[in-house]
Design a protein. Sequence first.
Length: 118
Amino acid sequence: MISKKRAIALTIAAVLLTNVITFVVSNSVSIAFKDKFIVSKEDYQNLKDFNKLFEEKDKIMYYYVDKLDENKLVEGAVRGLAQGVGDPYTVYWDPDEYTANMVQTEGEYAGVGLVVEP
């Protein structure tokens, strides 16, 4: 039979050993994968779906003669995505357009949808 002190020492040693093994294995895996990371199937599918967009952006940035504002390209792509729905009521507003529209639609609404401005 093992003494109580020896059992405690073995338990502590086992815990420390498993911690060291876990540390070594996890670091080995992260070194092996370097810049890679795990994503869900849904996120991976989204990335594949939008890869065409990313490739086109890269081509435009590379081949276009003048310097381009990448933020404007992204805004245009998002605007095009909303237009692709084909619904005149589905629109994308940048923050300035949104603010301007909110100012235009302030007021009180009557029962028939009329806007009464002060």
